[in-house]
Design a protein around this ligand. Structure first.
Ligand code: COA
Length: 411
């Protein structure tokens, strides 16, 4: 197997993008990815195949066949291309497929991408579109939604390990703070800024951030999760280029080496699981990735975890071995996962604040690792010259889990 390097990456701003279709978003992200390649890339000559993650284009854009559609729109007609689907991990599925293709020696350079254009539907429409990632026989007939599934995890976590919704707001506050430093984020605002805006608009006062978060302006979505515990509905795209170790120095002297990859699955329905407070798929995927990279969880300097709902950041931080079982919430409350903490998590604001255009998320997580490991993250740059970064992107209620480990390598 050949080693695989990340040589360039780009993403659109996430949020409501009414002026852009999915294919337009891909073109925008690709443009930025091209600009990020230190020594330049000639897409027509250098890219040998394209893998694009998009969960449900048929529901959002009445459009399937995104492989050739993307090659046509991006000026790459003729190369092999197809869409990958693994619910909210569809982007990581593209990344994994691209990795396999380069590692196997079939292609020396591929483009991997992710996109989702969600705001064509209203909230009930998006809720229905997302629901197809759950089990249509054993879950959906109960009327449960994704906020509801993760709310069950939160309830079991608090019951088993203590803590409560107020404690969980450490994740909300942190991720909104980090998002306020990220120009690509959907919500570039701290909770205190949002509270102040609403206070002026509605002529009300809030004692502090928690007073706002407990108010009717943070309505209940699925007990105990409220609006600011949820990732939003977003449009966006992300694009990356992967090259074999033999040719990557033609494109950059500062690539990120993919040191480890782990992929695992679990039952789609939560009813099939013995314990809702651990993601077994993430335990298995991360163990495989650590083993391949020859590292332990302690060696990871920064991580991007799938905080589709605040509780999931806590559960994943434990499932990945960063903290012992039942101690992830305490670690978040102590600031250990903040920008200045010993294990910074979701430095770009996470799905919570950066946004979650489902198919684009996996590669957007890698975008943050690229920025941080290359020292290009601006105001949110983590100190101490981070060297190893990890992404954990999941589909559904973590029924598919994909973990990647990246290492900065300077040639
Ligand atoms: N966090 C913070 N603010 C949010 C938000 C979120 N997740 N979602 C919407 N808002 C804001 C909007 O910007 C808007 O603010 P404004 O009035 O200042 O413009 C306001 O809240 C109302 O937005 P709206 O789109 O009408 O909210 P909604 O009630 O229709 O939808 C959710 C809110 C939480 C139900 C929706 O975002 C959702 O379903 N999220 C989960 C998506 C999901 O399940 N993804 C897959 C994960 S596995």
């Amino acid at each position: 197997m050949k080693s695989v390097d990340l040589i360039g990456i780009g993403m659109t701003k996430f949020g409501k993008r009414p002026d852009k279709t999915g294919r337009d978003l891909l073109a925008e992200a690709m443009q930025e990815a091209i600009m990020s390649v230190d020594k330049g890339i000639d897409p027509k000559k250098d890219i040998k195949a394209l893998f694009v993650g998009y969960f449900t284009p048929t529901l959002y854009e009445h459009q399937a066949h995104y492989g050739p559609l993307s090659t046509e729109w991006l000026g790459l007609t003729g190369i092999p291309a197809f869409r990958t689907e693994s619910a909210c991990a569809s982007g990581s599925a593209a990344l994994a497929t691209g990795y396999f293709a380069v590692a196997s020696g079939i292609y020396d350079l591929v483009m991997v991408a992710g996109v989702e254009k969600m705001t064509t539907l209203d909230t009930p429409g998006v809720t229905d579109a997302l629901s197809v990632a759950a089990d249509n026989v054993f879950e959906l007939p109960t009327g449960i939604t994704f906020p509801g599934l993760f709310a069950l995890m939160a309830q079991e976590y608090f019951e088993k390990y203590g803590g409560n919704w107020e404690d969980l707001q450490a994740v909300t506050l942190k991720n909104h703070y980090n998002g306020s430093l990220n120009p690509k984020a959907q919500f570039q605002a701290k909770i205190s800024d949002i509270a102040q805006k609403i206070a002026i608009k509605k002529n009300v006062t809030f004692k502090d951030e928690m007073d706002f978060l407990k108010s009717k302006y943070n309505p209940m979505v699925a007990y105990p999760l409220r609006l600011f515990d949820c990732s939003p509905i977003s449009d966006g795209a992300s694009v990356a280029f992967l090259a074999s170790e033999e040719i990557s120095s033609r494109f950059t002297d500062k690539p990120l080496r993919i040191k480890g990859i782990g992929i695992s699955t679990d039952t789609i329905a939560l009813s099939g699981r013995a314990d809702l407070t651990t993601s077994e798929a993430c335990v298995n995927a991360s163990s495989a990735a650590y083993e391949m990279a020859g590292i332990t969880p302690d060696d990871v300097d920064i991580a991007e975890l799938h905080d589709c709902f605040t509780i999931n950041e806590v559960i994943l931080s434990e499932s990945l071995g960063f903290f012992k079982k039942g101690e992830g919430l305490k670690a978040a409350m102590e600031g250990r996962t903040a920008l200045s903490g010993d294990k910074p998590i979701n430095t770009d604001g996470g799905l919570k604040s950066k946004g979650h255009p489902v198919g684009a998320t996996g590669i957007a997580m890698v975008h943050e690792i690229w920025k941080q490991l290359r020292g290009e993250a601006g105001k949110r740059q983590v100190k101490g010259n981070p060297k190893i970064g990890l992404t954990c992107n999941v589909g559904g209620s973590t029924a598919s889990s994909m973990v990647f480990i990246f290492e900065r390598s300077e040639k």
